[in-house]
Structures are given as structure tokens and as C-alpha cells.
Design a protein around this ligand. Sequence first.
Ligand SMILES: Cc1cc2nc3c(=O)[nH]c(=O)nc-3n(C[C@H](O)[C@H](O)[C@H](O)COP(=O)(O)OP(=O)(O)OC[C@H]3O[C@@H](n4cnc5c(N)ncnc54)[C@H](O)[C@@H]3O)c2cc1C
Length: 495
Amino acid sequence: MSTATKQQDSVPAPHHGLGGLHGVDEFRRVDVVVVGSGVSGSAAAMTAARRGAKVALLEKQAAFGGSAALSAGMFWTAPSVDAYRRRIPLGNVELGSRLVGDYAEALAELRAAGVWVAEEPKRDVMTFGIGYSTDIHGILAWCRDQVLAAGGETTAGAVVTELTRNGGTVTGVLVRTADGRRVRYEAGAVVLASGGFQGDRAELTRSIGPNADRLVLRSNPGSVGDGLRLAREAGSGGTTAMSTFYGHLLPYPVRNFETAHYLPYSQYYSGSTVLVNLQGRRFADETDGDELLNQAVTFQPQARGILIFDEFVRSTEVLEEPFPGLGSIDRLGIAIEAGGQHAVAKTLPELVDMVAGWGVDRGQLAHTLDRYAELAGHGGGTADGVPVSASARAPQDGPFYALMVQPSITFTFGGIRTNARGEALDDDGVAVPGLFAAGADIGGLSNYGYAGGLAPGYITGRWAGTSAADRAAAFVRNESGVVVAYQPGSERNAQ
Ligand SMILES: Cc1cc2nc3c(=O)[nH]c(=O)nc-3n(C[C@H](O)[C@H](O)[C@H](O)COP(=O)(O)OP(=O)(O)OC[C@H]3O[C@@H](n4cnc5c(N)ncnc54)[C@H](O)[C@@H]3O)c2cc1C
């Protein structure tokens, strides 16, 4: 795959002056523009600033931080390249290997910055990962401080609406500010870090199919696919993984769903239940874990599932904190309070009767549970074409519980095609000059299997920030700040 940069030797000087092509109210000149202030944009901006770039970190919402600011702060990814390959066989191994390789350095950087990072790791995060609890708000604030310390700006309420281009080269962005003004930023490099396309229903339906309309949005509201749209307009291509995404199962129905509900409503323990669809059939190996089951439920009738479990699961996994620091809460009790359809019965046949009252085929459900019990605890196997894991445990201790669930979407796994330098690539694998991307905007690092959100966002942000600062540093300007030449450094050519 070629990743040569088009027009490296001669980049035309960008248009300048007010009221040019776009009739803007203000013109600003920086080295690097970063679109989005989540963990990836913040890390890209911080990294570029620490390499000497004057950075504009632009956030469309009134507050900084995106989904990262709503997150649980677990900074995790695959513990090794082999583990990455096993869990995410469809993932982009070039990106995955570099991600795993950079993880220790990223943690060391955060610790050196004085941001709180837990001393002890948590293992088996999302069934296989390694991670550390962090002060995510501290990370985001430290990144912004670095931008300001280097003479840059961090601006909220600034929506990046367009990329400016000269020929095939990205030369900056157009911004609509909170008070309706249009500002044009000229920059040597633009990093797209808008957080994915989970808020773009049309793109989701194209990628996932009609049940995409049933996905509950469990994300910051600003990630509506701006990065992917802007990248496509500039000639960058898309990736694999377009139909796969991260989220967690939620109760069905829920009376309302606000950001404060995102963590407590998530049914992280679903991997310890028997999961059936509205026909009473299993369709996935439950031990795959909630973030994979969440995707599998999406493709079931009406995008709904039913978790069936016993008192043992209710008194252990349901209450346990999925990550250190989240606290132990009764996720079933909260789901019921939220409006989730549920049933409780002393015996399993009684529970089956109650669930049959929801329109589920009684005979099929009883058969599914019988077959599951035959195989679980006896080395596993395949029941009606669906694997039962060797570690599966059948419901056996009353009372028994059933909870109706629905899938949610936190961020999309497909997106802008990039390499491990964060360069946005066209469909031929050639870098679009001046354009970089990071975090949930890039595609293929996770693909059905999930490699983490915060650590991959932070690390891919560092890649893009490094490359963007290096590109911006290669522009030679005259005394008025106008670009007169582009001389990429020898270290960049050698990469
Ligand atoms: C409840 C919850 C818990 C989570 N917990 C964890 C966890 O513990 N560990 C983990 O690894 N991951 C977790 N995640 C996922 C993690 O938060 C995301 O993977 C990560 O934040 C993605 O980073 P990002 O920078 O790509 O996007 P985001 O952090 O979402 O930031 C994108 C930003 O770009 C802005 N933007 C979009 N378009 C524009 C535009 N045109 N102009 C300007 N700004 C724009 C958006 O408003 C947003 O602020 C969690 C997510 C949620 C919602």
C-alpha cells in the first residue's frame, strides 16, 4: 500500500484575505487546526503544541470533552498484538500493532504530566483487555493547558463546517461560531477528531441496515459524522468496519435516557445470562461479552433481546462494578425503575410462562433453555447452531429473572481510512495532503471486536498531532506569514 504524499514538493500558497471565496467575518492563521475536543482531539492538539505548533482546538458544543467527558475513564486496550488479532480478527493490524506498542508510552506520558492513573491495572477488561482507571477530566484539561501554553487557542461553540482546499491540498477550515460569525482558519494541517458518525442516522442506516433506527444514542450529541463527511469531500476514503460499533445493552423500554443514565443503565453483565430473541432463540455466544452482544441484538427481530438469569448472577455480576471506581449498583433494580420490561419467578418454568406472556414462543424458549442447560457446565458445545461456551453456566438457583433489552450506540468503528501516522488516505492508500484523523473518526482499529475507546483515541491523537505539527513546520512563510515554500523535513521523508 502506497502512502506517498501527493504534491509534497510544491504546495500552492493558500488563498488569504477577508471576503474571498467564502465571505468570512474573520481570518485566522495557525499551524494546526484540530476538529473536536474529545480525548483524541485533545491528545492531537497537546502533541502538536508540545512539538511547537500553534494549535486551534475547536469544539462545536458549549463544553469541551465529547464522549470522553462522559466516560468511565478506563484507559485500556489489547494487552498484546496476539490478543488484538485474536479478539479483533477483522481489525487493521498495522494500526492495532502500533496501538499496542504505544500504550506504555502513553501511560508514562500521563503519569509524567501528573494526571491520576491507577497504580494497578485491571485485567480482562471487556473480556480480554488491560487497562488503568484514570482521571479523564484531568487528562482533557492537561491537554488543553498544553495548547494554551504554546500560544494556541481552545474554542468551544465553534462548528467546523467545511475544509478549505487548494487543489488537492487541505489548507484550513471554515467555522461557524456560537454567535453566528464565520471564521476562516488557515493551517498547515487539519486533524479530524469529531468522534464518529453515530449521530448520523442516514449514514448508520446505509451501513447497518433498517434496525439502525432502533439504536439508542449513548454518545455525546455532537458526533454526527462531520469528520467522515469532510474527509470524503477532501478525497479521503472509508474503511472496513462500517457496520460495526460500540455500545451496551439497555433495558427496553426506557422512559427517558439522558447522559446521567449512560453508565447505570448499561447491562454489562449480559455475558453471564442466557440471551434470547423475541422468538425465544439464542443467536450468540453470551460469553463474547456485552459490547459484542449489543451488536448481535441489533440484527435480531425488532432489535430486541431478553436476558435470562438466576439469583446467583443477580447477587454477583449484576451488582459488581465493571470498572474500578464506578461503584457497585443494582443494575437490574435500576433497569426496572427506568421502565424496563421484566419478570421474576420462583421457578424457571414459571419464568418461561411469564416471558411467553410477552409474545415469545413458550415451547421454543423452554427448548432453548433446556439445550443450554444440557451443554453448559458439561464442556459446552453447539446448541441449535449457536455456540455454548465451556465456561457457560445455566440458570439454576431461584428466583429467576428476565429483562427485555435493546442495543445502543456509543461510537462507530468504521470511518476515515488512515495509516499509523494519522494521515487520511484516499481509496488508493495515498495521503490527502494536509489532512489527518484520530479517535472514533478513524476506521478499522476496532471491527466488531472492540479495542477500547479512550486509549486508542489518545494514542491515535498523538500520531495525528505529531504528523500534523511536522507538516506545519515544513511550511516556509514570508514576513507577512504567507506560505512561500514547503520543505518537508528529512525525518518525515524517512518514515
Ligand atoms: C458513557 C460512556 C462511557 C465510556 N467509558 C469508556 C471507558 O471507560 N473506557 C474507554 O476506553 N472508552 C469509554 N467510552 C468511549 C470513549 O468515550 C470514546 O471512545 C472516546 O471518547 C472517543 O474519543 P474521540 O475523541 O474520538 O471522540 P469524543 O470524545 O466523542 O469527542 C468528539 C468531539 O468532537 C466534537 N465535534 C464533532 N463534530 C465537530 C465539528 N464539526 N466541529 C467541532 N467539533 C466537533 C464533538 O462535539 C465531540 O465533543 C465511553 C463512552 C461513553 C459515552
